[in-house]
Every structure is written in C-alpha cells, then in structure tokens.
Design a protein around this ligand. Structure first.
Ligand SMILES: [Zn+2]
Length: 216
C-alpha cells in the first residue's frame, strides 16, 4: 500500500471543516456536484475527506470515528476548548502516555485525540485528579481529616508484599463486612480491583447505632 485516505460522510461540510481545522487540518482539494460534495483536508501528508450528499445519508453515530495522534495533544485540546468544543480528558492509557482526550465531531461521532509519549515538559500524569473515583476518595479523605484524621498506616501491601508505609487516609468496606484503612493510591487500587468495595462514609453513624435505637 502506498497511502490511505479516510472518508467520512457528514451532514454539513462547512461545519465539519471548521471542526477539523481546529485539529490542524487544512484544505487540500474540493469538489461539488448537484447531489454531492466533498472536501479533502490534509495535515502532514494525512488526508481526511469529508463528503456529503443531498439528501443526506442516514448514517448512525459511530462509537469511534477517528483516533488522531499528535505531538502535542494539549495544544490541540487547548485550541478546541478556546473554540467552545467540549473536551473530555481520558487520562494517560498505555497507548497515549502523553494524554488522551475525547471530543464529538459536529455529527456527534466520537473522535479521540492522543499523544503517544509523554513529553519532558509535561507534568507527571495527573489521571488521579481527573477521575471521578479519585475525587470521591479525596472528598472522603478530607472528611476523615476534618474529624481529626487517623494515625493508622495504610493496611495494604504493595505488589512485592511489602507493607505500605504511607499514612491511611480513607476507610473502605465491602458487603462481606471487611474493612481496610488505606492510602489514596491503594484505596483507588481496591475500588478498581474489588467491584463490591466502597468508601465508608464518615457521616454514617453505623448499623450498630440504628439497631441500638430500635432496642430502646
Ligand atoms: Zn498504601
């Protein structure tokens, strides 16, 4: 194979052109006929052709339309945000150590943007901060801290079976009644690996209190 061209049918070429220009594409060539039009956009030798028909084709939205890799994904997402496009950070998966973000194209299809390697100027991956799970953990930890904190150490061993030396910040439980005090990183591990685990609320007075009230 010599090269590859991606073609996507869009409802409105001009609207889609504006979106793909935010991603760095520029017009390569274009054509128009009575019932169809197309616009080839290029960037560093990569072509995306936007095509439309009249009447428009009834194409369902796709779970993933394109995955584009960039040298500097933050610059691209910055331009998108400035233009009012909603950008959802997707963390730093192994295939995009420099970061991944999700946007919707004007037709509602998912377009993923990634950066394969982390650049030297990027701060350490802050996935933890971005994930809703981790922000719940931080809220729970703040509540523990507000109630005087804990002197307990994290009760989780690391993968080498060495006890974690960090200060415990949150308490987790499961439906079997097991509980563990853990540092934020290990609490996050547990929430990911143990489907039934949950954060113990510090506001909760507990089942024992409820039962004792019923006993008078
Ligand atoms: Zn720990």
């Amino acid at each position: 194979m010599q090269s590859m061209v991606a073609v996507t049918y869009v409802v409105d070429i001009d609207t889609s052109r504006a979106f793909y220009e935010l991603l760095g594409f520029r017009e390569h060539s274009a054509g128009r006929a009575a019932t169809s039009a197309w616009l080839a956009l290029q960037q560093n030798g990569h072509l995306v052709v936007l095509a439309s028909t009249r009447p428009p084709l009834g194409i369902p939205r796709l779970p993933l339309l394109f995955y584009f890799f960039f040298d500097d994904v933050d610059a691209v997402t910055g331009a998108l945000k400035t233009a009012g496009v909603e950008v959802t950070p997707m963390g730093h998966p192994p295939h995009a150590l420099g970061g991944e973000a999700k946007v919707l194209d004007p037709d509602g299809n998912t377009v993923l943007l990634g950066q394969r390697e982390r650049s030297a100027s990027q701060p350490p991956a802050a996935d933890d901060v971005a994930s809703p799970r981790f922000s719940l953990l931080k809220e729970a930890a703040a509540l523990v801290e507000a109630r005087g904190g804990t002197t307990a150490a994290c009760q989780v061993n690391d993968v080498h079976k060495t006890p974690c030396q960090k200060k415990a910040e949150v308490k987790l439980a499961d439906s079997e009644g097991s509980t563990v005090w853990a540092c934020l990183a290990h609490a996050d591990d547990i929430l990911v690996m143990v489907p039934g685990a949950f954060i113990v609320s510090q506001d909760d007075k507990g089942i024992a209190r409820f039962l004792s009230r019923r006993r008078g």
